[in-house]
Design a protein around this ligand. Structure first.
Ligand code: NAD
Length: 312
């Protein structure tokens, strides 16, 4: 079972599981995901799509071996529009998913985030760092619901014996991201393709480390297939400034778009880079797709989506 399986990362997880020979039940309420994301494998005989809000309950006919829990709004534009729903799926939704895993004796993996580190005072971020999160700032609806989800996952593991694990995903990108979800890469690509100004927050010196979705999916599946509890960071260590990323995307597109500096969102992290030594040691995981290749693949996908981009 993949909760949030019609989302960006979830749809790639479903597709990989089908390739590996699994039967996949995808549960999604399409609050931020899209049926289009699963269209190419929707009619696969081992795939089932269930339209459901997991915060309202979670049941399944038959046995479940793995519950991969990815349901949650993930981009700032979405969780700021859906603050209560975000906290509900991170609390009640996570509890429902953990209860299902307990009933089924299933392995459980919770998709957490580098946002649990907040605006970090340690760099790069190792799993033992506890983070620097404002509990009442606008981003807290996401950060704290993920921190609560982690605490709940750890409690079900220690108190109820659920075989549960936590993966902390760092900024992931690739095909099937929504052009309108406000995250940097789809935003910069859509703006560059349309010849509009590329909007960079602040002075663009804040850094992110971007991981291609295939590598993130590898990490999630490797963790699910292991006996590790985590948390395990999954992310790429190629740290870059947001201005550098915007210029790189503009060059890749071959666009003349100017860079326009806009206000920095409240509590925006100044730096973000994973320490991935734990993933390497415990799972043998390393990212394989560098930014040049990953951004080129993502750009081809964006170009193919919009006929008006095709000529640019
Ligand atoms: P996404 O918004 O594309 O996918 C989330 C999916 O969950 C959507 O399909 C949405 O409709 C579904 N969903 C949300 N609430 C639901 C509910 N109550 N019931 C059923 N379905 C629900 O986001 P994404 O980028 O694919 O992120 C997937 C997961 O990975 C999220 O949990 C996110 O926090 C985590 N994550 C993603 C990134 C990233 O860079 N993409 C980084 C860190 C963590």
């Amino acid at each position: 079972m993949v909760t949030g399986g019609a989302g960006f990362v979830g749809s790639w997880v479903c597709e990989r599981l089908l390739e590996l020979g699994a039967e996949v039940v995808c549960v999604d309420n399409f609050v931020t995901g899209m049926p289009d994301n699963v269209r190419s494998f929707e009619s696969h005989p081992r795939f089932e799509l269930v339209a459901r809000d997991i915060s309202a309950g979670l049941q399944v006919g038959g046995d479940v071996d793995w519950v991969l829990h990815l349901a949650s709004p993930a981009s700032p534009v979405h969780y700021l529009r859906l603050p209560i729903e975000t906290m509900k799926v991170g609390s009640v939704g996570t509890m429902n998913a953990l209860e299902l895993a307990e009933r089924m004796g299933a392995r459980f993996v919770m998709a957490s985030t580098s946002e649990v580190y907040g605006d970090p005072l340690e760099h790069p971020q190792h799993e033992e760092y506890w983070g620097n999160v404002n509990p009442v700032g606008p981003r807290s609806v996401y950060d704290e619901s993920k921190r609560f989800s982690e605490a709940l996952t750890a409690a079900y593991r220690s108190e109820r014996g659920v075989d549960a694990a936590i993966v902390r995903i760092f900024n992931t990108y690739g095909p099937r991201m929504r052009a309108d979800d406000g995250r940097a890469i789809p935003t910069f690509m859509s703006q560059a393709l349309a010849g509009e100004p590329i909007t960079v927050a602040g002075d663009g010196s804040q850094t992110r480390s971007i991981c291609y979705v295939d590598d993130t999916v590898d990490g999630i599946i490797l963790l699910a297939a292991s006996e590790e509890a985590g948390p395990v960071n999954i992310g790429n260590r190629d740290e870059m400034s947001m201005l550098g990323l915007a210029e790189r995307i503009r060059d890749l597109v071959g666009s003349m778009s100017p860079i326009e500096f806009v206000g920095l969102p409240t509590d925006d992290p100044k730096v973000r880079c994973p320490d991935t030594s734990r993933a390497r040691e415990l799972l043998g995981w390393e990212p394989r797709v560098g930014p040049d290749e990953g951004l080129a693949r993502t750009l081809s996908w964006f170009r193919a989506q919009e006929p008006e981009y095709a000529a640019s």
